[in-house]
Design a protein around this ligand. Structure first.
Ligand SMILES: Nc1ncnc2c1ncn2[C@@H]1O[C@H](COP(=O)(O)OP(=O)(O)OP(=O)(O)O)[C@@H](O)[C@H]1O
Ligand SMILES: [Mg+2]
Length: 283
């Protein structure tokens, strides 16, 4: 696996891609936010796996780590990156190509850390924060032409949460299947509705991904049925609870690497395939 850490010029991302991927950015880019009101449901896990899958399939994919915890950054770049691309994009008005790192699997990474949170706080205190954040992400799309820009979202109470969501074209909601999980997903659906009401536009719900599922337990089975009753076809294939997924996180790799033929790898592949299908279908 090649690791690229230089980030001085636009050509770095393209050079790196040329080694491992064929740029395919002729169609429009999509910005996809991975978010849930609830923490610890698998947002970062799904974000990193989608990015690895798509990049390995030859797509141009950028992950913007908008969570000040910087978990996606730590997973995708294990060389101790401590830099906030959001700070540089939003506050210093840096050009996107100077903030982009080419990380594992050739994924383009806009790293995040505590400063990302500060940048979002600063921005949301100014006039027109919705426009400012949407413009910054739009500039990333225009200059870097990814097929997909994945946003690993901050917690729902954090500054910039609604603004980042507004800037996305689609929302993907990983969720656990426990007693109160439905509330978190419903909160996200309501937030989309609110954005549309107040601002006249907002992302579309792309899908809901049941994660950490124990398929053979009655409890999880019941909660999955509840989810499908509420959200119908928006509920995607499930990813099972598996130590292989947490190992992937620990070792900074993927579940396909840890146990390629395991149930978790199969579930994750099904989710990635659904992602590609749904986005291809929606043009
Ligand atoms: N399918 C799974 N099976 C087992 N462990 C999982 C699974 N999915 C995620 N995990 C583990 O659960 C923890 C939380 O996952 P993750 O960090 O992706 O959630 P998150 O929603 O991004 O959390 P946060 O709200 O803190 O950003 C991690 O330790 C991860 O390894
Ligand atoms: Mg996370």
């Amino acid at each position: 696996m090649t690791q690229f850490t230089h980030h001085d010029t636009a050509s770095t991302f393209d050079d790196a891609l040329a080694n491992s991927q064929k740029p395919t950015a002729n169609g429009p880019s999509s910005i996809i936010a991975l978010s849930n009101q609830k923490g610890g449901v698998g947002k970062t896990t799904l974000c990193v796996h989608l990015a690895a899958y798509l990049a390995t399939q030859g797509k141009r994919v950028i992950v913007a780590d908008a969570d000040p915890q910087g978990n996606a950054t730590a997973w995708l770049a294990d060389d101790g990156l401590d830099e906030s691309a959001l700070w540089r994009l939003l506050i210093e008005r840096a050009r996107p190509e100077t903030a982009l790192h080419v990380a594992k699997w050739g994924v383009g990474l806009l790293p995040g850390n505590g400063e990302s949170g500060d940048a979002l706080i600063t921005l949301t205190a100014l006039r027109r924060p919705f426009d400012a954040i949407a413009q910054a992400l739009q500039e990333v799309v225009e200059r870097m032409r990814p097929d997909y820009l994945l946003l690993d979202m901050p917690p729902s109470k954090a500054a910039g949460f609604r603004e980042l969501l507004f800037a996305a074209d689609y929302l993907l909601v990983p969720t656990q299947v426990e007693r109160l999980s439905l509330n978190g997903v419903q909160f996200m659906a309501d937030t989309l509705h609110e954005l549309r009401e107040h601002l006249g536009q907002g992302p579309r719900l792309l899908g809901i991904v049941p994660n950490m599922v124990r398929p053979r337990t009655v409890d999880h089975g019941d909660h999955l049925v509840d989810l499908v009753q509420h959200f119908g076809a928006a509920v995607w294939p499930a990813v099972p609870l598996s130590i292989k997924v947490s190992e992937a996180c620990t070792y900074g790799t993927t579940v396909w690497d840890r146990e390629p033929k395991g149930e978790a790898a199969r579930g994750m592949t099904d989710v990635c395939e659904r992602f590609v299908e749904n986005l291809a279908g929606s043009g």
